[in-house]
Design a protein around this ligand. Sequence first.
Ligand code: BDR
Ligand code: CA
Length: 309
Amino acid sequence: MKKIPVWIDCDTGVDDAAALLCAHKLPQAELVGISAVAGNVELEKTYANCHRLTALMGADYPIYKGADKPWFRPLTIATYIHGEDGLGGAELPLPPLQNRPEPAWDALYAAARKYEGELELVAVGPLTNIANAVVKYPDLPQYLKRIVIMGGAAIGGNCTPCAEFNIYVDPHAAQCVFKSGIPVVMCGLDVTMKAYFTDGEIDAAAAAGGDVRRFFRESTRRAMQFCTGLGLPGVSFHDVCALFYVFFPDMFSGDEGGVYVETQSSLTLGKTVTDIYSDHQFEHHNAYVVLDLDRERFVKTITELLAEY
Ligand code: BDR
Ligand code: CA
């Protein structure tokens, strides 16, 4: 089987963790590198969590440290959902940290060049690392196959009424990435809010499991309480959508359009403005906006991948 090379850039919280666990067990995936960015929690924690996760899965992927703060704004974190440690208090042991001096953007660029246009970039945190790569290496777009982003929303928001968390945290970096010329797939809240597990589905996926499945159960408890408290049917695994889009595009549907990020207004800061609901009026259609998925298949696929542990 020809494997698909993939790079994951994440702010390792609860759903980022699920994406990493799934990526490791996808037979079609060649996970080339992981980079950490500040987002759900501070960079030192997201970076450490990447190590915790790879140790848990018994893997040894290269992990790179990225940006510790957004381009211009103070860091906003999301401990109210991911917990102080970013992993819902699941208490994974911390293995020795890798000693890689290159920052995330240098390592990503080197990998993109090595794979000569085949590398799929899955970005599931604020886009600071990727924007740094774009600015430092203007030829990066020609070496990436595309970027699949968990971020934004055609409609609504979760961090503010208009903005999704990853984009809100660093809207200027996000705008740089959307305008970079890298083909973008946006898995925003339109689709990811439909990509949820109920409490019973988490129990079923975690049943009779070892350490990994126990972690899946423990790490999601706090988020489940938070989400059901809001009246939602379960916890969304937002970041897994972006990963799965690379490997199972037929699980999803959406529309092509233009997407640009609001960086000026205080009321709508971080909104991903798209023309898919307004006659496709933007001159340049830079993105595919994912809008829906087969939830049953999504739940089944994660459950099956976790059962591999
Ligand atoms: C996104 O924000 C983070 O809290 C999650 O990890 C996900 O990437 C959802 O808005
Ligand atoms: Ca994330």
